[in-house]
Design a protein around this ligand. Structure first.
Ligand code: FES
Length: 88
């Protein structure tokens, strides 16, 4: 997987994601309520950047940086992504 250089994150990533995930989209499922990070934003960040841990997700998106109640869901999303990645 080719990913943007890590030094560009999270500012560059969040600018990219902000263009596709606006506040106007009320149908978004919010995973991290403390930081208001949606499921689609997280799925894109995990896939595009190859994030592999809750710590990386927190660092790149901010999700999980509050009460930690969403960490189980973040782990579930990471596990699901690993299981659906094609083997090379
Ligand atoms: S819900 Fe994600 S840190 Fe609180």
């Amino acid at each position: 997987m080719v990913c943007l250089e890590k030094s560009l994150f999270p500012a560059a990533l969040m600018q990219i994601l902000a263009r596709t995930h606006t506040d106007a989209d009320c149908s978004e499922t919010i995973v991290c309520h403390c930081l208001q990070v949606s499921e689609s934003t997280l799925a894109d960040a995990i896939a595009v950047c190859g994030l592999a841990s809750v710590r990386e997700v927190c660092r790149e998106t901010g999700a999980g940086g509050g009460c930690t109640a969403c960490h189980a869901r973040l782990r579930e999303m990471l596990r699901h992504t690993r299981q659906t990645e094609p083997a090379y």
